[in-house]
Design a protein around this ligand. Structure first.
Ligand code: NDP
Length: 299
C-alpha cells in the first residue's frame, strides 16, 4: 500500500459507486494515494466528504461508469448493484464488486457483467471501515474472477487494504469471505455464552476478557490439524482430545449452564451433532467428522 497524501493525482483514475460507510473509507484511501476519483451515490449528500477531499461527483451511476475504465462498486447488496447499474454501458469496463454477496450471486454477476462486455472481479472485504487505509490494521480483501483484471489493477486495489486473489471462479471471494464470517459467528456464540456464565458472579468482565482471548487464540491453532486430517482423510491422526472425551465433557458444560442459570441454546445444536458422530462409532477420532456430517445432513 502507498501513502502519497501530498502527491498530485497521478494514480490510475477510477470510479466508485456507493459512498456509504465502507465506500467513503475506500474513496478516502484512493484519493490520499493520488488516484483521481469519480464517485456516485444514490443519496448525493453522502458524497460530500469525498467531494471535499477532491473527488468528482457524477450525476448518475451511468455517467460515473462512463468516466473511467476501472469501476469499483460498494453498495448494500446485490439487488442495489443491479438497480444502480441497470442503465449503465459496461462495454470495455473493468468492474470490481466489493458489495457483500453469496458465491452464487458472485457467479451470476460475473456472467451478467461479461455479457455486457466488462471484465469482472468479485470481492469480499475482511475489514470494517476504520481499518481501511491503515496497512497495520491487517485489513484485506478477497478477490476472485478475471485474473487479467486483477493483474492489471492489483496495485490500485491494494491501496485501501491488502489483497488476496483466491481464484478464477468468481464465487470464491464470497465463499472465502462467508466461510470466515461463519467461523466468527460460531466463535461469538461461544463468547457470549461464556460471558453469560460468569455474569452473575463477582468476576469483572474486563479481566475475564483477557483470559477468553488467550484461550481462544491458543485453541485457534487446531484449525491446522483439522485441515491436515481433512487432506489425509485420517481423522484419527494426532488426536489429543478425542470425540468421546469431548462429548462426555459436554455434560459438565450443560450442568454448569444450568447451575449458573444460563440457557444452553447456543451450545446444544453443536453438542447434538457430536452425539450423532459418537453414535456412528467415531469416538476415538477428532471431531473432524463434523464436516462430513454437515455435508451429508444438508443434502
Ligand atoms: P452503508 O449502509 O453505509 O451504505 C450502503 C450503500 O448502498 C449506500 O451507498 C446506499 O446508498 C447504497 N444503496 C443501498 N440500496 C441501494 C439501492 N437500492 N440503489 C443504489 N444504492 C443503494 O453500508 P456500507 O458502506 O457499510 O457497506 C457497503 C458494502 O460493504 C456492503 O455490501 C457491506 O456488506 C460491505 N461491508 C461493510 C462492512 C462494514 O463494516 N461497514 C464490512 C465489510 C463489508 P444511500 O446512501 O443512497 O442509502
Amino acid at each position: 500500500m502507498t501513502d502519497n497524501a501530498s502527491s498530485p493525482l497521478t494514480g490510475t483514475p477510477l470510479t466508485l459507486l456507493g459512498t456509504g460507510a465502507m465506500g467513503t473509507a475506500l474513496g478516502r484511501a484512493w484519493l490520499a494515494a493520488g488516484h483521481p476519483l469519480t464517485v456516485w451515490n444514490r443519496t448525493r449528500a453522502r458524497t460530500e466528504e469525498l467531494a471535499a477531499a477532491g473527488a468528482a461527483v457524477a450525476d448518475s451511476a451511468a455517467a460515473a461508469v462512463a468516466a473511467n475504465r476501472l469501476v469499483i462498486v460498494c453498495l448494500l447488496d446485490d439487488d442495489s448493484l443491479g438497480e444502480a447499474l441497470a442503465g449503465a454501458d459496461l462495454t470495455g469496463r473493468d468492474l470490481v464488486n466489493l458489495t457483500t454477496g453469496t458465491p452464487a450471486q458472485g457467479r451470476a454477476r460475473a456472467a451478467w457483467a461479461e455479457a455486457r462486455g466488462a471484465r469482472f472481479l468479485d470481492a469480499g472485504i475482511m475489514a470494517v471501515p476504520p481499518m481501511i487505509g491503515s496497512p497495520e490494521s491487517g485489513a484485506y480483501v478477497f478477490y476472485s474472477g478475471s485474473a487479467a483484471l486483477f493483474e492489471e489493477h492489483g496495485a490500485t486495489l491494494a491501496v485501501p487494504a491488502g489483497t488476496a486473489y483466491v481464484g478464477a471462479d468468481p464465487g470464491f471471494a464470497a465463499l472465502h469471505d462467508v466461510a470466515l464470517l461463519s467461523a466468527m459467528t460460531g466463535m461469538f456464540a461461544g463468547v457470549f455464552h461464556a460471558f453469560a456464565l460468569v455474569r452473575r458472579e463477582d468476576i469483572a468482565p474486563k479481566e475475564f476478557a483477557g483470559l477468553l482471548q488467550s484461550w481462544l487464540t491458543a485453541m485457534a491453532h487446531s484449525v491446522h490439524k483439522t485441515a491436515d486430517q481433512l487432506e489425509t482423510g485420517d481423522y484419527g491422526k494426532d488426536v489429543v482430545s478425542n470425540l468421546a472425551m469431548q462429548a462426555a465433557g459436554n455434560a459438565t458444560l450443560l450442568r454448569t449452564a444450568q447451575e449458573q442459570g444460563v440457557s444452553a441454546e447456543l451450545l446444544k445444536p453443536y453438542m447434538n451433532l457430536m452425539d450423532e458422530l459418537l453414535a456412528q462409532g467415531r469416538g476415538e477420532e477428532d471431531t473432524t467428522g463434523m464436516v462430513d456430517l454437515l455435508l451429508r445432513r444438508s443434502s
